[in-house]
Ligand binder design. Structure first.
Ligand SMILES: Nc1ncnc2c1ncn2[C@@H]1O[C@H](COP(=O)(O)OP(=O)(O)OP(=O)(O)O)[C@@H](O)[C@H]1O
Ligand SMILES: [Mg+2]
Length: 182
């Protein structure tokens, strides 16, 4: 059985967590790994149904997701989570419970996110129409020691995915595709 691990993407809305994690998911599958991607609405409508966006509910959401990640990764699954997960303490709590935890900070300046505004939510949040919107009307606590930082205003999604895969190789969770080491 290959070593399981949890790849934890954190960052502001629109930073690129889903985009990059889907690319990484594909690349891990191509290498024959069992992969499970936990992301977005599927989790909010099933595992976390009823939870909102207060600090308590966000923490509970992340705690539940972390629990599932632990179950999967200890059974050899390459587990990927892509959630804003704005609070450092709860991310670190999850880290403490998972043996092979790899945190990926998806960094992007707010002005770029406001310009992208893929879902139109920044515009609404800035107009005061969305409460508890991370980065605008709710805090985001930047990771202190993430294993990987990807800067999506400077890198393409492919470059970011490559950086993540390289880190997994470096940590020994993934062998190099051509069998070489170092
Ligand atoms: N270098 C880049 N890396 C990732 N995404 C990028 C990049 N440049 C532009 N984008 C675009 O930014 C958007 C990122 O959206 P995505 O849904 O991946 O963000 P997210 O972090 O998952 O947000 P949310 O927390 O709202 O789910 C996509 O439309 C993507 O095409
Ligand atoms: Mg997303």
């Amino acid at each position: 059985m290959s070593t399981g691990f949890t790849l934890w993407f954190t960052g502001l809305s629109g930073a690129g967590k889903s985009t990059i994690s889907q690319l990484v998911e594909q690349r891990l599958r191509e290498r024959g790994l069992k992969v499970e991607l936990l992301d977005g609405d599927v989790v909010r409508t099933n595992l976390s149904k009823g939870l909102g966006f207060s600090k308590e509910d966000r923490d509970e959401n992340i705690r539940r997701i972390g629990f599932v990640c632990e179950l999967l990764s200890r059974n050899g699954v390459a587990t990927i989570a892509a959630f804003i997960s704005p609070y450092r303490a709860i991310r670190d709590e999850v880290r403490g419970k998972i043996a092979n935890f790899v945190e990926v900070y998806v960094e992007c300046p707010l002005d770029t996110l406001i310009a992208r505004d893929v879902k139109g939510l920044y515009k609404r949040a800035l107009a005061g129409e969305v409460k508890n919107f991370t980065g605008v009307s709710d805090p985001y606590e930047v990771p202190v020691n993430p294993e990987v930082v990807v800067r999506t205003n400077e890198q393409t999604p492919e470059q970011s995915a490559t950086a993540v895969v390289r880190k997994l190789e470096e940590l020994g969770y993934l062998s190099s595709p051509n069998g070489t080491h170092g």
